[in-house]
Design a protein around this ligand. Sequence first.
Ligand code: MN
Length: 227
Amino acid sequence: MNLVVPLEQVTLAVEGTDARFPVRRIYCVGRNYLDHIHETAGADEREPPFFFQKPADAILAPGEDFPYPSLTEKLHHEIELVVAINKAGADIKAENALAHIYGYGVGIDMTRRDLQAIAKEMRRPWEPGKAFDHAAPCSNIVPASSIGHPDKGRIWLAVNGEVKQDGDLEHQIWPVADAIAHLSMLFELMPGDLIMTGTPAGVGPLVAGDTVTGGIDGIAEIAVNVV
Ligand code: MN
């Protein structure tokens, strides 16, 4: 194909193989752990899940530095389970959802919290707060064929070695299968889609010079330098 300008396919390494997972879209689940809802103002934990997106090229691959983003004085970390889809589907039933999953990873939903707060206040879109360049650091993808479909396990994040977020996947309000069921009513899921499935309590600020580490037991770990 004779493209006007060349474009590179964003990919993530697949743990234990030479294969790469191509990234099509990045969907994110808002407010999916009770303790995080309770630290954010006034949210109703009985609301159905809601979703937003980050662009595929917001992926920051393992080993790459995270440049402190422009126009924010309140950059926040959110450690999240990442689900990698490899089978298309719309209106997927929760009981069939796991069959659409290739594997899992660990990601950080980097957030310009001050710009997100303005967007909430002014009823504007969330992109400046959530969908900026490099806003989705992500680990390698680990195939479900090797680890299964974890529905519990410690999820944690530390800044300069000090643990800030420490939760468990089993405290997700909408477990992965339910999140896929809801999301696939809104959008037909396609191979290459990633879903970031929300964060436990303890989100907080990052500054240039910080080293962020995190992980999910049985899946993967992540380490990012803020520069
Ligand atoms: Mn998030």
